[in-house]
Structure formats: structure tokens, C-alpha cells
Design a protein around this ligand. Structure first.
Ligand SMILES: C[S@@+](CC[C@H](N)C(=O)[O-])C[C@H]1O[C@@H](n2cnc3c(N)ncnc32)[C@H](O)[C@@H]1O
Length: 305
């Protein structure tokens, strides 16, 4: 299995500018690539809290980060618990946080995890044991209409209804190959750039791991945890996630002032962050050539005021 290559690695280190003695959080450790870069850059006395829900990722990150023992705290936990984890360490404010969302290469490439429509494996797709339902649970239990809505909403697939109907007709489905065969028949799309199963697999993965809600609940915690001048860097891999990040960053970047004589008042406040880049940072052509999985990555960075 290939180890995960950190996406936008130089850009993340440049964005966070880790300093000696600083405190950093990597909410999505994976193989520990970004975490190692941060620890190197804040040597010899900077600290890192690393989180991942996947015990296999954590074991790998533990190996990668062994040389930094004493400066790293690794916890098998969701980034949703960031505030709680920081409180446990008594870190009042941190200098930088990275979230590199989605699945790692180790997860995609391991057929047993069920993330890939290119390999046969059980319909699982859980990032970690915290997820209550597997993809098989959803596929085999949701009413047709809910399944269609899920594929439309999280996969933005125009054939969501056809696919949902075919799934319901053929279930129970237990393996990725069975699901792919059903989708290919219901929505053949010859000549399309995307494989017909791409969007349904994305939709199921998002639903199984409640990914969008997780990001929504975590961004405010991350902003609250930053010290003034501290930075949050988020890499997203699809437009649904990127929209959440973009809108939250924009919201935190504006002053809220109520116009006079307005009936409904929002709590007034000054902007909380500044946008480090107006536009998202994208991987270079060179990076995409070396690592095609980087192609849909978008990095957004904010700095706490
Ligand atoms: C793209 S990989 C990160 C790769 C990492 N930056 C590196 O350099 O190796 C995303 C990781 O986030 C983890 N993850 C997904 N959802 C999570 C959550 N809610 N909390 C913590 N980790 C999560 C996945 O298990 C996966 O290992």
C-alpha cells in the first residue's frame, strides 16, 4: 500500500509559518506528512496535537512522528472534539491548525475499507469506529426517496433517482463491486469524464462519516482556539466542503453592524479573522502530475485578528 503523499505540503508550511515554541494542531493526521513538516519547522521546542479517527492512520502517524517524541500528543479522536482535546492539554490558544479533509491514500487503496469503486471490498467507508453506520447499512436500509436525496445532495448526481431505484431493486448489496455494477447499469454515461459510480461513492462516504456537519461544527472551534495572529489552513477536495469553508471564512471576515431602524438585530461584532488569500490556493501542475489525487484540492487560509 502506498503511504499518503501530503497534498499542498509546501503551501501548508508556508501558510502556518510554524515558529519555535509554537503550539499546533493537525486535526487530520493521516500518515503524518503535514504534521512532520510542522514539527520540523517549529523545532526544537514546538508542540503538535494530532488527531485522527482512524486507528490505522494513527498507528502510521505514530511511527512517522516517533523522532519528535515529547513534542507530540496523538489522540484517536474526531476533530469535532478539538476544543475538548485542547482543554485536556490546557492549551489556551494555538498558533496554527491544519485540516486536510477527506480520505487518505491508505484508506482509498485498501480494498477492505470499501472507499474505492475500482476495487472489490465490503461496503464499509467508515473513517473510524466512531461512525455508527457503514455504507452497506445505508444502502440496504434507507427508503428509496432518502437514498435518491442523499445521492443528489452529497453526490450532486443528476441520475440520483435512477440509481436509487436500481439499488432498491437489487438489494441487499454487500460489496463495492455489486454496487458499481448496479450503478453502471442504471446510469451508464459512456464518454463521461467521471466513472458513473464516482458521485454515489462520494455521497455515501460523506453520509457515513457525517463529513459536512463535522466540518461545520469544527470551524468555529478552530477559530476560537487560535491566538491573535494564529492561522487556520483547510484543504478541501470537493465543492460541498469547500463551500462550507469559504462561507464560514467570509462570515468571520466581516464586521456585523446593524443598520439604523432595523427590526432584527444580529449581535454586532468586528471581523474576527482576515483572509490570507482571497482565492483558494491550488496545487501546481507539477504536483498534480506527480500526485493526481491532488488535482481537486483547494487550500483556504485565515488569520485570527
Ligand atoms: C487526507 S487525509 C490526511 C493526510 C495527512 N495530512 C498527511 O499528511 O498524511 C485525511 C485524514 O483525516 C481523517 N479524518 C476524517 N474525518 C475525520 C474526523 N472527523 N476527525 C479526525 N480525523 C478525520 C481520515 O481518517 C484521514 O486519515
Amino acid at each position: 500500500m502506498n503511504a499518503h503523499r501530503p497534498v499542498l505540503y509546501k503551501e501548508i508550511i508556508h501558510a502556518l509559518q510554524p515558529q519555535r515554541g509554537g503550539h499546533y494542531v493537525d486535526g487530520t493526521l493521516g500518515a503524518g506528512g503535514h504534521a512532520r513538516g510542522i514539527l520540523e519547522a517549529c523545532s526544537p521546542d514546538g508542540f503538535l496535537l494530532g488527531l485522527d479517527v482512524d486507528p490505522q492512520a494513527l498507528a502510521l502517524a505514530r511511527e512517522t512522528l516517533a523522532p519528535y517524541e515529547g513534542r507530540v500528543h496523538l489522540v484517536q479522536a474526531s476533530y469535532i472534539s478539538m476544543a475538548e482535546q485542547l482543554a485536556a492539554l490546557k492549551w489556551d490558544a494555538v498558533d496554527g491548525i491544519v485540516l486536510d479533509l477527506g480520505a487518505s491514500s491508505m484508506q482509498f487503496d485498501n480494498a477492505e475499507r470499501g472507499f474505492s469503486f475500482m476495487q472489490d471490498g465490503p461496503l464499509d467507508m467508515r473513517f473510524g469506529p466512531h461512525a455508527l453506520q457503514s455504507a452497506a447499512d445505508l444502502v440496504n436500509s434507507l427508503p428509496e426517496r432518502d437514498l435518491a436525496d442523499l445521492i443528489f445532495e452529497y453526490g450532486e448526481d443528476r441520475d440520483s433517482r435512477k440509481i436509487a431505484r436500481a439499488i432498491v431493486e437489487h438489494r441487499p448489496l454487500h460489496t463495492t463491486r455489486e454496487l458499481v455494477a448496479v450503478i453502471e447499469k442504471a446510469s451508464p454515461r459512456r464518454g463521461d469524464r467521471l466513472h458513473p459510480a464516482t458521485q454515489t461513492f462520494q455521497a455515501l462516504r460523506i453520509a457515513v462519516n457525517d463529513e459536512l456537519a463535522a466540518v461545520q461544527k469544527t470551524l468555529p472551534q478552530a477559530v476560537a482556539a487560535l491566538r491573535s495572529g494564529g492561522r487556520l489552513a483547510v484543504i478541501s477536495f470537493h465543492s460541498l466542503e469547500d463551500r462550507i469553508v469559504k462561507e464560514y471564512f467570509r462570515d468571520q471576515n466581516k464586521d456585523i453592524v446593524n443598520p439604523p431602524y432595523e427590526q432584527i438585530y444580529e449581535e454586532e461584532r468586528k471581523a474576527v479573522v482576515k483572509l490570507v488569500n482571497k482565492k483558494p490556493i491550488l496545487p501546481s501542475e507539477e504536483e498534480i502530475q506527480e500526485n493526481p489525487r491532488a488535482r481537486s484540492a483547494k487550500l483556504r487560509v485565515i488569520e485570527k485578528l
